[in-house]
Design a protein around this ligand. Structure first.
Ligand SMILES: Nc1ncnc2c1ncn2[C@@H]1O[C@H](COP(=O)(O)OP(=O)(O)OP(=O)(O)O)[C@@H](O)[C@H]1O
Length: 600
């Protein structure tokens, strides 16, 4: 029996299974196809109503992105070939926003209007529950959903076959094509037809992309001709780099340049930004947007060496050694740049504040910098969150002990004003006593708590604050952190399967590296046997993570938007203005990134 028969042949069994799932929390694994069941679990996690379809209309949607323009002739041709049959041809953005709907049959058309399967509404799984469009996009592959397999009861008379459309150059999913008909008319050819249409749209995208890319290429060549700089050009789909950039920037430096360029673009600035790259090279980065016919970000980036002398002489001088600090793993650009800053501060004897989200690795960085530079010396840790009555005495004792070469004071944000005073007093006292050989002192601040105390007086003692990036901003490091933690936790007996790793890379990790460590610890405790960690070994909430994973650039952009919304009290227009984005773009991105915007 094929899937179609399984799904359409015994619709009352599926209807029954759906009710058991919704009302008794049963998992009807034998009656319902696996991808459908997984999608039901996700739909429930999003607290979607199962009795009706309740979709937000996307305010100010951009219904004419390049995908729609390239796909329209293909959709029209298919619509003509269908010759009045009750099949609706639907095109959506990658976030499920319906861009086009072509339906010849008036009755079907009215029904689709009733369930808001119409331009301007999003049929992402997050809003519409299990359905051909949203579930195909979540899974990243073709998906048909029949009758009662839909999560929302309103959709039970329909059958839909959705296929994600991958961009022919970047390989990224840019949207979906969906064919929807009455459940009673569904046939297995529906999904085949949807797949063929997706292929035709890919071909059309390729032809159109070439024209836009020529414009970017023109600007890129011009910039290269005008200067002897390293020049890069980037848009959503491609990255061009001249020979100088290729020779002088290694992978980590390239990633850092792109991240800084994205920052510049998000601030709508072209002002050069002075930056130290992970290799230690100091450069100036200028990023200039190139309009691509209303399309998203495309830019030409110029990178100018700041040290005197030509690029050739610089590349002949070997860059300083990489700051892969002992006991730590991760070679992504943001992580290496942070490691380097902490290491430099240690070597210069500068006291620093390490600020960042919980579990991001602040204490680990401070300890590793000490280990790198003074392995024989003693490094002490004081946790301000556990400050007792003898807090001041303990601190003074640590600072007076001249075998202590480094002191890390963790969670300074948890100090009440009295303890804060004691800390400042103890630091001044310690400085006085050990003027010739002061220890290296680091204070860590865990951000994101309810209320942050006034630390201004304390901070006068610390000339430098280093922001430790959250794990989602260097998510690629998960590939190294996982085997590292597993070897610690299981003495090398456990490895991670590609599927489980893929899922770990998709999480947003609000608790950062500490949370990843905790999750792996749980997994190891539950397995107890040697072998390979499979997807099913991960905690249930990780198995059902559903939003697509963001690239590093996208994560930076998402966080810039969140920050701007916070700065502008949730006012999307003002946030868009301060980021130099159009309103339509910020609305699309808020939706696309799943940002819960405050207020308004
Ligand atoms: N790059 C890394 N390589 C190896 N282990 C790491 C790395 N980053 C963090 N860790 C480990 O992750 C855990 C959390 O790190 P750490 O305690 O330094 O976080 P933190 O930012 O100081 O946390 P908090 O905000 O709660 O004070 C620790 O076990 C630490 O050793």
């Amino acid at each position: 029996m094929d899937e179609l028969e399984a799904a359409s042949g015994d619709s009352s069994r599926i209807a029954h299974a759906r009710v058991s799932f919704l009302t008794h929390d049963e998992f009807p694994v034998t009656d319902v196809r696996r991808p459908v069941l997984a999608s039901w679990v996700r739909s429930r996690r999003w607290n979607l109503p199962a009795d009706r379809i309740d979709l937000p209309y996307v305010t100010d949607p951009d219904l004419d992105p390049p995908l729609a323009r390239s796909a329209t002739p293909v959709l029209r041709r298919l619509h003509e070939h269908l010759d009045g049959q009750p099949i609706s041809v639907i095109l959506t953005e990658r976030n499920g926003l319906v861009l086009r709907r072509l339906t010849a049959d008036a009755q079907l058309s009215r029904h689709l209007d009733r369930v808001h399967l119409a331009p301007g509404f999003s049929y992402s799984e997050q809003f519409a529950g299990t359905n051909g469009i949203g579930t195909a996009l979540e899974r990243g592959g073709p998906m048909h959903v029949f009758g009662h397999e839909h999560y929302a009861e309103d959709l039970e008379d329909l059958a839909c076959a959705g296929v994600p459309i991958k961009h022919p150059i970047s390989g990224k999913i840019v949207g979906a094509i969906d064919l929807t008909c009455w459940r009673k008319d569904a046939g297995s050819l529906l999904i085949t037809l949807a797949k063929t249409t997706a292929d035709q749209i890919r071909a059309a995208l390729l032809t159109d992309a070439s024209a836009r890319e020529q414009e970017l290429l023109h600007e890129y060549l011009l910039a290269g001709r005008r200067s002897g700089d390293m020049v890069l050009a980037v848009n959503e789909d491609l990255l061009l780099m001249n020979a100088s950039a290729q020779q002088n920037l290694d992978g980590s430096d390239q990633a850092a340049v792109l991240a800084h360029a994205a920052d510049l673009l998000a601030q709508a600035g072209t002002n050069p930004q002075a930056v130290e790259l992970p290799s230690g090279r100091r450069v100036r980065i200028t990023s200039r947007p190139v309009p691509e016919g209303g399309r998203g970000a495309a830019a030409v980036i110029q990178v100018t060496e700041q040290t005197p002398g030509s690029l050739t002489s610089v590349s002949a001088n070997r860059p300083p050694p990489r700051p892969e600090l002992p006991g730590l793993v991760g070679r992504s650009a943001p992580w290496l740049a942070t490691s380097r800053e902490v290491d430099n501060a240690y070597r210069a004897g500068h006291w620093i504040v390490l600020s960042g989200e919980p579990g991001a690795g602040k204490v680990a960085l401070a300890r590793a910098a000490h280990q790198q530079n003074n392995p024989a010396g003693s490094c002490r840790l004081v946790d301000a969150a556990k400050a007792m009555d003898h807090f001041a005495d303990d601190l003074e004792a640590e600072l007076a002990d001249d075998t202590v070469q480094a002191l890390v004071i963790r969670h300074a944000e948890r100090l009440d004003p009295r303890r804060l005073d004691e800390l400042i007093g103890a630091l001044y006292g310690g400085l006085e006593r050990r003027l010739s050989d002061p220890p290296w002192v680091v204070v860590t601040l865990t951000t994101g708590g309810q209320k942050e105390p006034d630390l201004s007086e304390l901070l006068t003692l610390f000339p430098l604050t280093v922001d430790v990036p959250p794990l989602r901003h260097h998510i690629d490091d998960v590939r190294e952190l996982v085997p590292f933690f597993l070897s610690q936790l299981s003495h090398g007996d456990l490895t991670c399967s590609p599927e489980a790793m893929h899922q770990l890379l998709r999480s947003a990790w609000p608790g950062n590296t500490a949370e990843l460590h905790q999750v792996l610890k749980q997994v190891v405790q539950h397995r107890r046997r040697a072998g390979v960690i499979m997807l099913a070994d991960l905690p249930a909430d990780l198995q059902a993570i559903s939003r697509r994973s963001l690239s590093q650039l996208e994560a930076l952009e998402r966080d810039a938007i969140i920050q701007s919304l916070v700065d502008n009290n949730g006012d999307k227009r003002a946030a868009a203005r301060s980021l130099g984005m159009s309103r339509a773009t910020i609305y699309r991105k808020i939706h696309d990134f799943g940002i819960q915007s405050p207020g308004r």
